[in-house]
Design a protein around this ligand. Structure first.
Ligand code: SAH
Length: 216
């Protein structure tokens, strides 16, 4: 009852997928994953009528669940493959992690706000998603669990976090919105050797800031 996914909500979700397709998301695997994840369960119940609109929404602690279009772009740029070991910085609601799991990835996710960490850690397993949850500072990554095939940062970073770059496999990709607080460029960074990488920009976005340290 509590985690209901009604026909009506499923219908709205289908329409969201079509809306993303029209906006230029062409990857069928990404669209299928978004079509599977019940986004309404990741938001406060009072926002349920907005769950399948292509908009960001507040999730408490001053944070937001990213706009579906942004989730689609980041997922697309990450080029997720089955069994990829992915590190996510900024668990937030856990929605992006669920989308990555739908695509067959193993997900390690870090959150610096204790309340959000606890909330997602309780919700996701109840609806069938089991990433590995960590409370901590994403700037440091998870040195003992790396290296990772892919790294996705879901907060706006002022610079490329060096520790994260070190935890990326050679040949691996990092998707990182980087720039000043007002707006960031979505970069894909491909690590070509232990000491080298190249990066390409993919448009501007606005994220909540990637902050240092933990909340409590
Ligand atoms: N991926 C999330 C988006 C949440 S918004 C989702 O699908 O809902 C970005 C999140 O990054 C916020 O929850 C914020 O608290 C978190 N964050 C910001 N800086 C961080 C850091 N240094 N380490 C870990 N999480 C961080």
């Amino acid at each position: 009852m509590e985690f209901q996914d009604t026909m009506r909500l499923q219908g709205l979700r289908k329409r969201l997928v079509e809306c993303l397709r029209i906006k230029g998301i062409k990857d069928d695997k990404v669209l299928a994953a978004i079509g599977q994840v019940p986004r309404h369960l990741f938001m406060d119940h009072s926002f349920i009528q907005f769950a399948y609109k292509d908009q960001a929404f507040p999730i408490g602690s001053g944070q937001t669940i990213s706009q579906p279009f942004t989730v689609a772009i980041q997922t697309l740029l990450l080029q997720v493959e089955r069994y990829d070991k992915i590190l996510e910085i900024g668990t937030g609601s856990g929605y992006q992690a669920a989308v990555l799991i739908e695509m067959g990835a193993t997900v390690y996710t870090i959150e610096r706000q204790r309340e959000l960490y606890l909330k997602s850690q309780s919700l996701l397993p109840q609806i069938g998603y089991n990433p590995k949850f960590f409370f901590g500072d994403g700037y440091k990554g998870l040195p003992t669990y790396g290296p990772f095939d892919k790294i996705i940062i879901t907060a706006g970073a002022p610079v490329i976090p060096e520790d994260l770059l070190a935890q990326l496999k050679v040949g691996g990709r990092m998707v990182i919105p980087m720039g000043p607080r007002e707006k960031q460029t979505m970069y894909v960074l491909v690590k070509t050797s232990e000491t080298e990488y190249y990066k390409e920009g993919h448009g501007t976005f606005v994220f909540v800031p990637m902050l240092k340290g933990t909340d409590k």
